[in-house]
Design a protein around this ligand. Structure first.
Ligand code: FEO
Length: 478
């Protein structure tokens, strides 16, 4: 059933409540998903994207209820991955001459997947436009490597809808279609999981693309991705989130991921979690058994973390296979600006710590020296090392903490108060033109602004990293 989007635009996709896995079995689906396709009826009738082939009959049948297929003037294919293109062969059997607009790479990829069928391709690049009558145009924006080389977004003028394809999407079934109708908590969680597990490897490209799109000054009023909810209420919120997520994102969180054979490594994991809490009670700590927990959910928590600890007993001079596979996935996701530590038990040779540390370095983590290598079941001195690991991950000097703790109460009381200085205002500031939020806790590292820099302390010539607006166009987030 079609759902009205805006103006003369309808959603004509497929809501997939039963989907449990995506990208083969590599991505877990917890809250359903959708393949979003859209139908624009202006002077010309335009179909944007299709759905995955298992749903092609239902898709075409539903589409026929909205329009005589012969009246479709253009098909826009924003991306050739099968979840958006694999209904094309069935659709093109019915309307074989209909022009298909896509990038040059998408044309190659479509022909690679479905063969050279003589379809009427028109290849486009950033800046190209297609007049669809009634004063409206489609403007094309290449989105190379977001997340495939062929990816593209399409902007509809007049209604000011950005059809962003995978970017800004979520694997999340939302019958009500719009973000303002969806469960906000789940929406944010699924958008972040999608980013962490699919888009994060391309974060540097994404950052540049967001700046490029910002400079195009598109008056975006709605963002309609190819999966999940359409961003109708404050659509730029997801652009602002992407800008932060693409910028070596982290929260005050430490994640501990391990597998265990006879529960010794598990005890170490819990000891590290306890030590983190003891040293820094406000820091969020998450603990996962890699063999039992969902790997995509763990990676989302790693994405949020400033540091991780990874544990495995030594098996055959290495780590458990569950941990080996997980570390390879970790490497692929190219997380940045995070610390890592290793821990584990051993009985014979004890190489797991070295293996984990090497794999963490390969994955781009800043590996701390502190580790726990426990001979068989952890004893008191092994568990005590958890505090060193926790302190290193938190960036704390354990000697200083212990010296402070051992200081007589009178000495502690005699510490002179700081001179009369006001603490810096660490409020967030929002860019008026594009909605980007400057967060002092994050700074703007790409432009030499360290985390901890208040908005007031930004140089006068600093500008919005998304749209280039000057400081005076920002307002305080209350
Ligand atoms: Fe939703 Fe890259 O396909």
């Amino acid at each position: 059933m079609a759902k009205h989007l805006k103006g003369n635009v309808d959603w004509v996709g497929y809501i997939d409540w039963e989907l449990q896995k995506f990208h083969g079995d590599d991505y877990s689906i917890m809250n359903g998903s959708s393949q979003n396709a859209y139908l624009i009826k202006e002077g010309k009738n335009v179909l944007i994207d299709t759905v995955w082939s298992p749903h092609k009959e239902e898709f075409i049948e539903n589409l026929k209820k909205e329009i005589d297929l012969k009246d479709i003037d253009y098909i826009i294919l924003n991306h050739s991955e099968p979840d958006h293109s694999s209904s094309l062969p069935a659709l093109m059997k019915e309307i074989p001459d209909t022009p298909i607009y896509c990038t040059e790479t998408a044309k190659k990829f479509v022909e690679g997947q479905y063969g050279k069928q003589g379809w009427n391709f028109h290849t486009v690049k950033t800046g190209d436009e297609l007049d669809i009558g009634n004063g409206e145009k489609l403007q094309f924006v290449e989105m190379k490597m977001l997340h495939w080389p062929d990816s593209m977004a399409t902007f509809l003028t007049g209604d000011n809808i950005l059809f962003s394809n995978d970017a800004f999407g979520q694997h999340f079934a939302v019958e009500e279609l719009f973000n303002d109708k969806a469960n906000r908590c789940l929406l944010n969680k699924e958008a972040m999981k999608y980013f962490a597990n699919i888009l994060n490897p391309f974060a540097p490209i994404l950052k540049r693309k967001l700046v490029e799109i910002g400079k195009m000054n598109l008056p975006i009023e709605m963002i309609a991705p190819s999966h999940g909810a359409v961003w109708r209420e404050n659509p730029l919120q997801i652009v602002e989130k992407y800008a932060r997520w693409a910028d070596a994102y982290q929260e005050d969180q430490i994640t501990i991921a391990y597998d265990t054979m006879w529960n010794g490594t598990e005890k170490l994991a819990h000891a590290i979690a306890d030590a983190v809490h003891e040293l820094s009670p406000d820091t969020v700590v998450k603990v996962f058994n890699i063999a039992k927990a969902d790997k995509n959910e763990i990676m989302t928590e790693v994405f949020k973390s400033k540091a991780i600890a990874v544990g495995s007993p030594t098996v055959s001079n290495s780590v458990l296979s569950s941990v080996a596979g997980w570390l390879e996935f970790l490497r692929q996701l190219k997380f940045k600006n995070k610390k890592g530590a290793a821990f584990g038990c051993y009985g014979w040779t004890g190489e797991s710590i070295k293996v984990i540390q090497e794999k963490l370095k390969e994955a781009g983590f800043d590996v701390v020296d502190a580790s726990i290598r426990s001979y068989f079941n952890p004893e008191a001195d092994d568990l005590a090392k958890a505090k060193s690991v926790a302190a290193a991950l938190l960036g704390l000097d354990l000697d200083e903490i212990e010296k402070e703790a051992n200081q007589p109460e009178t000495d502690k009381d005699s510490v002179a108060p700081a001179p009369d200085s006001k603490p810096a205002d660490m409020s967030q500031y929002e860019c008026g033109p594009c909605g980007y939020i400057y967060d002092p806790a994050v700074g703007d590292p790409d432009h030499g602004i360290k985390s901890g820099t208040s908005f007031a302390d930004l140089p006068d010539d600093w500008t919005c990293p998304i749209c280039g607006a000057s400081k005076d166009q920002f307002s305080k987030v209350e």
